[in-house]
Design a protein around this ligand. Structure first.
Ligand code: SAM
Length: 282
């Protein structure tokens, strides 16, 4: 018989007890499982296979549970969020990377490869945790990147992630408003700027823990996108492209952009068929 890797301790709370407690406190068995697994830094299968595993730091676990029950996102407790197959550090200084943003990254990689064989300059505007710029740096080893954000503290998170993923020398992080900090025009511009309407945001408790500046897009959610679009001609090289993440309500911007800027603007839907990206060519 092989030794169990689990150290037994009669005084510790066990996983099975933690699961019952968390399931009740969160009103959702699955959420409870995610919390316990994240606390122990193990996978769900491993967690469920060993209900007799002890939770040695019980007071730490109870603190997590309390904060989670108050609505704090799990990623802000575990300081980890997966994005495009990699794990990023995260805390309250930056928006938690969302799975829907992976579409922007996929499109950017495919555009960069098709148009420039990956050898191009890319700007990520509103970089937040840096998940987009860092993923592009890793997926496109010949690209040179700039990443901007109005929030100096979000950029600290992005710099940490760039160091963790060993791409800090490939990305220049710049603090400032939209495209202002860029040194010049780029081939490809990507942005996941705030596009949630202020009124919707006011009544939404689920995002109360995330920076408002990362979500609030003004009355119709399109304030920052409109401002960025008007600046685009100055910052895109000829035959350059921009890819902007949008919500369904901002799809009208494609027509607006064509009227105000010329070039071509197209909407790219997500897997559910809803408008998720706007692609612009000069
Ligand atoms: C929706 S979050 C996206 C963060 C990250 N790119 C991601 O996809 O997870 C938007 C980011 O835009 C930044 N931001 C808001 N207003 C800005 C502005 N005027 N100029 C530059 N960045 C801005 C916020 O600080 C925030 O980090």
């Amino acid at each position: 018989m092989t030794d169990s890797p689990i150290v037994r301790d009669n005084t510790s709370m066990l996983v099975e007890e933690a699961l019952t407690l968390a399931g009740k406190a969160l009103g959702d068995r699955r959420e409870g499982q995610y919390l316990v697994a994240a606390f122990l830094d193990i996978g769900l299968a491993d967690l469920l296979a060993h209900p007799e595993r002890p939770i040695t730091d019980e007071s730490g676990f109870r603190r997590w549970l309390e904060e989670r029950a108050e609505g704090k996102p799990l990623a802000y407790l575990s300081h980890r969020q997966d994005f495009f197959g990699r794990t990023f550090y995260i805390d309250e200084r930056a928006l938690i990377p969302r799975p829907e943003t992976e579409l922007l990254v996929e499109e950017a990689i495919s555009l960069a490869q098709k148009m420039y064989q990956g050898d191009c300059t890319i700007a990520d505007i509103g970089a937040g945790s840096g998940c987009i710029a860092i993923t592009l740096a890793l997926e496109l080893p010949h690209a040179r990147l700039w990443a901007t954000d109005l929030s100096a503290s979000a950029l600290e998170v992005a710099r940490k992630n760039a160091l963790d993923h060993a791409v800090e020398s490939r990305i220049t992080f710049l603090e400032g408003d939209l495209l202002d900090p860029l040194p010049g025009p780029v081939d490809l511009l990507v942005a996941n700027l705030p596009y949630v309407s202020s009124t919707w945001l006011a009544g939404e408790p689920s995002i109360a823990f995330e920076p408002r500046q990362a979500l609030d897009g003004g009355e119709d959610g399109a304030d920052l996108l409109r401002r960025l679009l008007l600046l685009l001609p100055l910052y895109l090289r000829s035959s350059g492209s921009a890819l902007l993440e949008i919500g369904e309500e901002q799809a009208f911007l494609a027509e607006w952009a064509q009227e105000h800027l010329g070039g071509t603007a197209a909407i790219v839907p997500d897997l559910a068929g809803k408008p998720r990206l706007m692609r612009l060519r000069t």
